[in-house]
Every structure is written in C-alpha cells, then in structure tokens.
Design a binder for this molecule. Structure first.
Ligand code: NI
Length: 428
C-alpha cells in the first residue's frame, strides 16, 4: 500500500539541529518521500496524521528480546543469584518455541513504545527471526556465540547462526550478525575466528565488553590485557563492530575504540540496575566514538522502552558531569536514530525521514498531557515522553500498530502463551 500522510509534523534531522516541520509525506513501496517520485505506480491512500509528530522509528542497538519471560523475576538480588540461580536455569529449560512467544511479547512492547528496529543477541535458534518476521519489525539478529574455538566447542552455536541466516535471510527486514558473548565466555582465538568469518561473509559483529569491574579484573589477571585490548589484539575491532556497555574503560581503551571506529551501545538502566555504574560517554564522545542506546534484556532492565532510556541517559550524564548542558536532547535522539543507522551501515536509509529512506515511522500524539503544550517538541521527546504517547507505528511502509491497535500481533494469544510459560518455567 502507498500512502500520502497529511496534517503531520515531521522531525527532520539537519546537519545542525533537529527540527519539526509541518509537511506532507508520501510512502511509496516502503520508502518515504516529500513528493511522489516519478514513475511511481499504484493507488495512494490518504492518511490524516491528526497533527501528530512523525519521527523516525527508534533503534534499540542492544537487547536480548527473549528475556521478557524473566521480567521482574530476579529484581533486587545480587549478581550471582540473578545469573546463576534465576536466569540461567530458566534459559536452560525453556523450549525453543517458548522463545518465539517471549520475543513476540518483546516486539509488542517495542512497537508500543516506538521502536521499529532492534539488535538482538539470543539463545534460541531461529526464534527471534520468526518473531520479528511475524511482528513485521526490522531486526539485526545474532545467535550468542561462546567457547574456545569457533570450529570446536563453539561450532554448534556458529552453525545455528549460519543456519538461521540461511533460513530467514530472504526476509528483507532481517539481517544476521555474528555475536560472541563476552571475553569471559569466549577465547581470544574465538574472537579472531569470528572476525575473519564476519569479514568473509560481510556480517556485522556484536559483543558485550567491559561491563563490570569483575570482568576487567579477571581479564587483566588471565591475559594481562583489558577486554578492549584483548578484542583489538584478536582483530575484532573495526567500523563493523558494535560494543555493548564499555562501562569500565581503562588506560587506552577509549582511544583504541575510537581508532577502530567501533560503535558503542550504552545501556544505562541495565548498568545501573546491576550496580555496574555508567559508561564514560563524555570521554567517548570527545574522542569521536559513535554513541548509541540499548535497553539490554528485560531481566537486567525490566523494560524495552527507549523513551525511558533516553531520559535516563541524559539525566544520569548531566548529573555525573555536573553539567546541565551535557548530552542535550538533540544528541540523545540521534543515539536512537541516526547513530545506530550508521553503526549498521545504513546511513541515510534508516533513522531519518528523508527522500528514499525506509518508511519506518512513529506517530506521536502531541495532545497527550505529558507533552503539552508542545513548547519544545524535540526536547519533550527526551525529557517528557514516556512512550505512551506513541499512537501508530509504520515499518517498511506497513502499519504494524494503528491508533494503539496491533495489526501484526495477536496480543491476547501472546499474553496467554507467555503466561503459560511463566507458570511452567518460573519458580519463585
Ligand atoms: Ni546484554
């Protein structure tokens, strides 16, 4: 379906500052335009945007979507209790198809709060892809890899990664990523092997790094290097590498990341909840590192709501820096739009509303009391919005939610299935 969307206010990203401009948009074959492109065919349905703000869909660059089952299942406990006695036993017992339903629940929450694209590290072959395809979401999907040797103890997971790419790669909205878990679960050799495979296969790379003091201490003890140095020496760091966390930066870590042109995903709620602190965003940014935002999984965060994350990241870093001008709303909005688009090599095609970009659009009701009286729409997205103002969501030119009704997901069925899984697999 092609659309003319009138009566909307469009969030435009210029080189200087984000701005809001009242203008009509055309959505033709999944792409957005200011005017109908020459040669366009087919009927055009008119949509009244009702004065809503139309902004690019938000991009969550680090999550584990299947973990919705564990929401509020292990709060206020120490890390060992959290991981070894709560999270891992459930992950080990959950059947494959269970992760389909829990990921679909994640898709519901993301769509409901304006996220149209996510970068997922998962444990259940093919289930993220199946759920994202059902939801009509754009996703970057990586089977979590672990082990000493990619072709030895790491082989079965690597095969899973390649097989799910084989099975689902034809879906135009899904891209597959190689995602070794972390330096405490993967050897330097495995990181090197993954880097070679990723280069050969033109795949992005995604990993956790320097999340906690323990991780850095153990890495220094075992290898005499920080986790970032280890990844550099393994040949893992380049402009196709997405690094989640980067909280505990030491020595030359920040310069190494900047020199390699990696993208960093900060996850402020997760880092705070697990008591790990906060990534040094001011220093990373000053060194020219591209900053993006993620929620992490719902067990270490509890929500997949990027509006909450935008609010948190800005307030936390103003507080830490003792500077009310640190991380302004304009920069924060770019952390969930243009910056992650560049991180995945889709500059100009994703995270922006401009001629020929993918029509991943979020409609925000500016009449909601939380945003009214619209004195500064751009800053309200960072400081006032809570995600409930999202009225409609379009991905690749198709509405997946309209007037808060899901169009691709049977919400009642998802709730029934996930409730059944929780009854069966969680024991408090
Ligand atoms: Ni994570």
């Amino acid at each position: 379906m092609n659309y003319k969307i009138r009566n909307g206010k469009v969030l435009k990203s210029g080189a200087e500052k984000l701005s809001v401009v009242p203008e009509d948009l055309y959505v033709i074959e999944g792409k957005v335009y200011e005017h109908v492109p020459e040669g366009a065919e087919g009927a055009i349905e008119e949509v009244d945007a009702g004065g809503h703000l139309i902004m690019p869909g938000l991009i969550n660059l680090h999550t584990h979507a299947y973990m919705t089952l564990l929401r509020n299942y292990a709060d206020d406990v120490d890390f060992d209790e959290w991981l070894f006695r709560r999270v891992m036993p459930v992950e080990d017992s959950l059947p494959q198809e269970g992760a389909y339903w829990t990921t679909l629940l994640a898709c519901m929450e993301m769509i409901r709060t304006g996220t149209t694209c996510f970068n997922d590290m998962h444990m259940f072959k093919g289930q993220s892809a199946k759920a994202a395809a059902q939801a009509g979401m754009r996703a970057f999907i990586g089977r979590g890899l672990v082990g000493e040797d990619l072709y030895g103890d790491g082989l079965s997971r690597f095969r899973d990664a390649l097989e799910e790419q084989e099975e689902w790669g034809g879906n135009g909205l899904l891209e597959f990523v190689l995602a070794p878990h972390a330096v405490y679960s993967c050897s330097p050799k495995l990181y090197g092997q993954v880097a070679e495979e990723a280069a050969k296969r033109h795949m992005l790379k995604h990993t956790h790094v320097s999340e906690s003091d323990n991780e850095v201490r153990n890495c220094l003890g075992q290898y005499g290097k920080t986790p970032v140095e280890l990844l550099r020496d393994a040949g893992f760091l380049d402009d196709r590498t997405i690094l989640a966390h980067c909280v505990k930066m030491q020595g030359d870590d920040i310069q190494i990341i900047a020199d390699a042109a990696c993208s960093v995903v900060t996850n402020p709620a997760s880092n705070a909840k697990l008591g790990n602190g906060f990534a040094p965003l001011s220093s990373l940014s000053a060194s020219g590192v591209r900053l993006t935002l993620g929620t992490d999984g719902t067990s270490s965060n509890n929500t997949l709501n990027l509006f909450r994350e935008m609010n948190l990241v800005s307030l936390i870093h103003k507080g830490i820096a003792g500077d009310s001008t640190a991380l302004p709303s304009d920069s924060v909005i770019r952390m969930v739009t243009e910056n992650p688009a560049a991180a995945v090599g889709m500059q100009g095609r994703l995270g922006v509303i401009s001629d020929g970009a993918n029509a991943d659009l979020v409609f925000i009701d500016l009449n909601e009391p939380s945003l009214f009286p619209n004195n500064n729409i751009v800053s309200s997205l960072c400081y006032s919005a809570n995600g409930s103002e999202v009225d409609s969501v379009m991905i690749d030119g198709k509405f997946v939610m309209r007037r808060r009704q899901f169009l691709t997901i049977d919400a009642e069925r998802v709730r029934y299935e996930v409730r059944s899984l929780a009854d069966r697999y969680l024991s408090l």
